[in-house]
Design a protein. Structure first.
Length: 203
């Protein structure tokens, strides 16, 4: 397996989806808890509207999705990507962005996949979870995501919206206001310790 391309090559989920990924593909209600060093953020995932994106997200959270470490080139199986990664870009009044295995804004999981933007979802309220990419229509989704603290209508149709914050929006706002340096990177690391997936809403 070492040296070969991680599965999938062009889109999630893996050729043999794991149990959580299959629930996403089936459009089941799923939730994710982002445990950060600033507090917990609970999101509801929109599997019915963005099944591939949610399958990718839960796969990278649980280790069901194979990915390639951009530092070493090593293929990672049964290894969560969203473990001790940072929010590398935060802009007050706009959004917080994380999920890069490099922590620089340039890292990928070794593959990319298409947008799911034709589902009627728009940035009509704060607290939405969406995929970061390299531009409208580029099909460059990977592992990076952002959570809004605004209603950036100019992003409609350009980024897949795949969840919303149910609890911990105060944590999102707090993260968005931490002191930053070059390229909007927090001066002190804001760490996503882990992401836990569930099919019942966390209390």
């Amino acid at each position: 397996m070492h040296g070969s391309s991680p599965v999938p090559r062009s889109q999630p989920p893996a050729e043999k989806p794991g149990p959580w990924q299959q629930k996403a593909l089936d459009g089941k209600d799923l939730y994710a808890t982002l445990e950060t060093n600033q507090g917990n953020i609970v999101v509801k995932l929109f599997a019915k509207d963005a099944p591939l994106t949610v399958a990718n997200f839960v796969g990278l959270a649980t280790g069901e999705q194979t990915w390639r470490d951009p530092r070493t080139g090593e293929v990672k199986e049964n290894t969560p990507l969203y473990q001790n990664v940072i929010f590398h870009r935060v802009i007050p009044g706009f959004m917080i962005q994380g999920g890069d295995p490099l922590g620089m804004g340039t890292g990928t999981p070794g593959y990319s996949f298409e947008d799911e933007t034709q589902n009627g979802r728009t940035f009509d309220k704060p607290g939405l979870l969406a995929m970061a990419n390299r531009g409208r229509g580029t099909s460059t989704n990977g592992s990076q995501f952002f959570i809004t603290v605004s209603t950036p209508q100019h992003l409609n149709g350009g980024h897949t919206i795949f969840g919303e914050v149910l609890k911990g929006y105060d944590v999102v706002e707090r993260i968005s206001k931490v002191p930053t340096g070059e390229r909007d990177k927090p001066q002190k690391d804001v760490v996503i310790k882990k992401v836990t997936v569930s099919d019942t809403q966390p209390k």
